[in-house]
Design a binder for this molecule. Structure first.
Ligand code: NAD
Ligand code: IPM
Ligand code: MN
Length: 351
């Protein structure tokens, strides 16, 4: 049966980097059917909503979804529930992709592109497993209200249930089994109820399902510090939605640029995964052909590996990116001068 990959280019540099990934897909998986649809600001402009029911239905029907990025200054004044970012959250929730894998590995060719010293990042290979469909991103109540006395109040609710913590913890344990076998769970159990709950639940899940995996715990602020002091101590970092968001942006700089970091968001087996760069729509460079396409191309690599069961094609993509970098291919964020298309050509030359 034909497999389908739904492309949701989105906004800003999203369409530029998604087009690069689509070119690569055409070469390594020519039989893959590519479809496309709108999300984020592009969908607001066309349909008045950041995610249509139709686009979500197509995503659910696809074998995998590759998203570019959403958001930008054009939509800052749009009502919160209609903002581009809500399209992305709706997609994550709608696909129930609760486990977000954000690998940070430093390609050998890029050890000197990081803002950290060579010895800190050389050989770095860590995986952040971020819970993606709950926590403070979705908790109710939330709002901005005015009290009777005129005091204004802004609030969000951080909430997790035991099944939510259990399922993402089990993914982290499974991932660790295929790696160095260590999970470090992070939270703020010293100040947050959800933090203490998270720590206790993860510990219980590990007792039942953690054979062969070493579990440790760290406060999220300390983890942020350790990530730049000695990142190679980590194998798998398990975090909630908010801390995982912050720590993965931090981890991206260990790899040289946020333009390098891909991600895979997975639900239960047999449902389509959502694959997207960790970076955003980069309004400051959008439309100029300056975006690094590697995060999007490596997100395609993850789609081939995790949802489409094409490990050989995934290996080819990974090898071609590594070789292109070894050959000196660099976009501006990596200290070079290549355009998005030139960088993509350099990767294609290696295929
Ligand atoms: P950003 O990641 O878009 O940009 C941060 C910085 O990194 C900018 O200087 C940008 O030029 C640079 N950068 C990012 N990707 C790059 C690439 N591929 N190549 C070269 N340089 C790159 O973050 P931001 O500016 O804080 O957010 C911009 C918009 O993107 C916001 O609306 C935000 O909500 C949205 N956003 C979307 C996603 C997503 O769709 N998954 C992720 C993060 C942010
Ligand atoms: C990310 C982004 C998103 C998030 C935004 C755009 C909703 O920052 O994917 O890292 O906060 O999850
Ligand atoms: Mn983020």
């Amino acid at each position: 049966m034909t497999q389908t990959l739904l492309l949701l280019p989105g906004d800003g540099i999203g369409p530029e980097v998604t087009a690069a990934a689509a070119r690569i897909a055409g070469l390594v998986a020519p039989d893959l059917e590519l479809q496309d649809d709108l999300v984020g600001g592009a969908s607001i402009d066309a349909h008045g909503t950041p995610l249509t029911d139709d686009a979500l239905a197509r995503a659910k029907d696809a074998d995998a979804v590759l998203l570019g990025a959403v958001g930008g200054p054009k939509w800052t004044d749009v009502a919160r529930d209609k903002r581009p970012e809500m399209g992305l959250l709706g997609l994550r929730k709608g696909l129930d992709v609760f486990a977000n894998l954000r690998p940070a590995y430093c390609f050998n060719a890029l050890v000197d592109a990081s803002s950290l010293k060579r010895e800190i990042v050389e050989g770095l290979d860590l995986m952040i497993v971020r819970e993606l469909t709950s926590g403070v991103y979705f908790g109710q109540p939330r709002g901005i209200d005015t009290d009777a006395d005129g005091t204004r109040r802004g609030y969000d609710t951080s909430v997790y249930t035991s099944p939510e913590v259990e399922r993402v913890t089990r993914v982290a344990l499974e991932i660790a089994r295929g790696r160095a076998g260590r999970v470090c769970s992070v939270e703020k159990s010293n100040v947050m109820e959800t933090g203490l709950f998270w720590r206790n639940e993860v510990t219980s899940v590990h007792q039942v399902h953690g054979a062969g995996v070493e579990l440790s715990h760290m406060l999220a602020d300390a983890c942020a510090m350790e990530l730049v002091r000695n990142p190679k101590q980590f194998d798998v970092i398990l975090a909630d939605n908010l801390f995982g968001d912050l720590l993965s942006d931090e981890a991206s700089m260990l790899t040289g640029s946020i333009g390098m970091l891909p991600s895979a968001s997975l639900g239960i087996e047999g449902t389509p995964g959502l694959f997207e760069p960790v970076h955003g729509s980069a309004p400051d460079i959008a439309g100029q052909g300056l975006a690094n396409p590697c995060a999007a191309i490596l997100s395609l690599e993850m789609a081939l590996r995790w949802s489409l069961a094409r490990p050989d094609a995934a290996d080819r993509v990974m090898g071609a990116v590594a070789k292109a970098l070894e050959g000196g291919a660099r976009t501006r964020d990596l200290g070079g001068s290549m355009s998005t298309d030139q960088m993509t050509d350099a990767i294609i030359d290696q295929l």
